[in-house]
Ligand binder design. Sequence first.
Ligand SMILES: [Zn+2]
Length: 98
Amino acid sequence: MPWESSDRRSRLPSDWARRRLRVLRRDQYRCQVRDAAGLKCLERSNEVDHIVNNDDHDYANLQTICRVHHAAKTQAEAKAGRRAKARTRPPSRHPGAL
Ligand SMILES: [Zn+2]
């Protein structure tokens, strides 16, 4: 397996532990996910999430997230991934279309 496609844990920066702790302290160990009305969840947590799911470990792309929101986000991302894959299939043409 090429290095690039290995799981995220192995790609975390060497100072990840310190980074993670700084994010948790910044967010006061409370979930930063906002609902549709823009209100933060603020559930106590010690999990840190990448806001945009990529390898950007900048503090701006990291937030504290509760277990419920983390699970929901992971599921949504998996679903989005499946949809993206489905979109790359050639569109099925109507048998009568020219
Ligand atoms: Zn939450």
